[in-house]
Write a protein that binds this ligand. Sequence first.
Ligand code: HEC
Ligand code: HEC
Ligand code: HEC
Ligand code: HEC
Ligand code: HEC
Length: 495
Amino acid sequence: MKKLSALFIVGIILPMMLVSFKPEKPSKPETAQYVVIAWNDLGMHCANLDFTNMCILPPYNNQKVHIIQKGSSTALPVVMPHSSGLYVTYEIPGNTYSVGKTNFWTYSQHLFGVTLAPNVGLAGFGLTGTMLNADTINYHYATGIPITAYPDAALTTSTPYQLTLIKAFNSGGSQVGSTQSVIPISHEINCVSSGCHASEMAILQAHEQVSGFNIANKPILCANCHSDNALGMPGTAGTPPFSQAVHQKHGGFINTGTIADCYKCHPGPNTQCWRDTMHSSGGVVNKCQDCHGSVSNVGNTIENGRNPWLQEPSCGASNCHGPNYAEEPGLLFRQSKGHGGLFCSTCHSSPHAILPSSRPEDNVQNIALQGFSGTLKTCTVCHGYTPAGPGPHGYNPLGIKPVNGNIPAKNQLLQNYPNPSTFMTNIPFHISKAGKVKIEILDLNGKNITTLINNNLQPGEYKEEFYTSKVTSGTYICTMNIDGKTDFIKIIVMK
Ligand code: HEC
Ligand code: HEC
Ligand code: HEC
Ligand code: HEC
Ligand code: HEC
């Protein structure tokens, strides 16, 4: 308990100190300012701790990082590419080794056929190191970090929500930014501790009737026969995928329809892995089944063609948040990008930990960035100022307000200025009576480039900004539709 509160203090006070003791002038010649944002891909990683008998999942945690060069009123923020030479290191302060906390390294050769250096995980990353990135991606990553839930100073206190320390450096080796993000890990795989199975050996013995199952060959990697997308293992022909076998087998009798069903095996009564805003707000979604269906449903949908781990619920489903808040077509939340080419998790954090979270550790990063927990919605964090144009999902924090008190006599779209423009151009328009206004930018083929306004507006004189730096040189059409009547102007972009 004592150790846990020490962690809280480091997590919350440190970022606050960084914010309040910012030097007035940067001491380095470096002029660009960077925002560093990190997250975990899944919101929770599960791993066995004792591998003597069986392995369901090995220690394997993932972190991703965006480095964003801060914008200003004359420049948009830039998600820094590989070619910038910026690089990122990660560490988990207070958790520096895993050998001895788990016996994974004793069995990694037997289970996965690889000899691993101590404290190095299956993807070659250790508990500290430098992340990778590449020309084709705009983020840095470390995969398979073999962390356990036991910090060096708390070897018997399970601590599922530890914080990483992520540092970004320029190619000259000067630190240009840092952040902290949760690296969630739980060993609550509860086959035995839930009181269901007598022992792991009893599980293995009950499985012995299956041909090819040789208990003497333990530890047994279930995914050797049952395909498992979590491990990228194909399994053997005719054996059901692991998720299907487990959920179908247990769904018949673990079926109270409450979150306790899932916490029988998933982490769990102590970890409480689902901790996001939808959980704590107690709204229409208040149990795992509201998104995933029952235990049987998780298994049966696989038999009916669902690809486990790769086809999951989505925010954008029509009975949930709908198309304005959707993942990219065919992609999961963890794979999708939204505003500015940034991963959804940049602003919302991980699945099952969507901010604000009921775990204080999840909120540390956004409190450090914008002063309060919850969705990253403070435009200045990345832009350096509050843009007047629509931001994520069309959200416009300044609102759409008239520029003066005049009430014009007729609806009119006026010529933009400056025109031609290179970075940003202002589009003035007049509304004579209240109504629904839609202003779009189209290319010469009539294809929508962006929708600037789609709102009910009061009468008045307005101005909207269009960021021409986002499009190539050429001529564009701006249309204003109100009461079924359309006005247009030509906008020239020259770079
Ligand atoms: C040697 C291959 C092999 C290994 C290793 C293996 N299984 Fe299986 N498992 C099977 C086969 C084959 C079936 C039978 C499928 C069927 O009945 O259609 C099965 C069935 C199951 C079922 C459903 C049982 C039932 O009665 O419906 C569960 C649950 C299961 N396995 C869990 C596990 C777990 C947990 C592990 C790891 C500890 C594991 N399996 C390892 C081959 C294997
Ligand atoms: C009897 C134990 C058990 C119960 C009960 C259980 N799970 Fe699982 N679940 C597992 C195991 C084991 C895995 C990991 C399988 C793997 O490694 O592929 C898993 C994986 C999953 C996955 C990822 C794979 C997939 O099919 O997409 C989802 C989603 C999931 N469970 C949802 C749930 C939900 C929701 C509940 C409660 C309604 C639940 N589970 C109840 C044991 C269980
Ligand atoms: C608000 C809807 C929602 C609820 C409630 C929910 N999940 Fe999920 N779950 C998702 C989404 C969305 C994904 C896919 C996320 C992604 O991109 O990885 C997912 C994925 C998963 C996965 C696969 C691994 C992963 O993260 O992709 C598991 C396992 C899982 N959920 C288990 C659970 C369990 C157990 C509960 C309850 C304790 C639960 N979920 C509650 C929406 C939900
Ligand atoms: C740059 C930050 C940012 C990114 C990236 C981002 N969002 Fe959002 N998101 C927001 C903000 C800000 C809001 C609140 C908007 C509002 O109140 O209208 C929001 C709201 C939401 C909501 C809640 C809507 C509701 O009904 O209240 C969902 C769901 C959502 N986003 C999903 C996503 C998905 C999916 C992605 C990735 C494809 C994504 N977001 C990317 C900033 C972001
Ligand atoms: C996490 C960082 C981040 C946050 C927070 C953020 N933006 Fe952005 N924004 C970007 C990036 C990156 C771009 C893309 C620049 C580019 O494509 O060249 C961008 C682009 C824009 C653009 C240009 C047009 C477009 O949509 O690409 C507008 C307007 C904009 N943002 C408005 C906002 C508003 C309003 C907010 C606050 C509600 C906001 N942004 C919050 C990072 C952010």
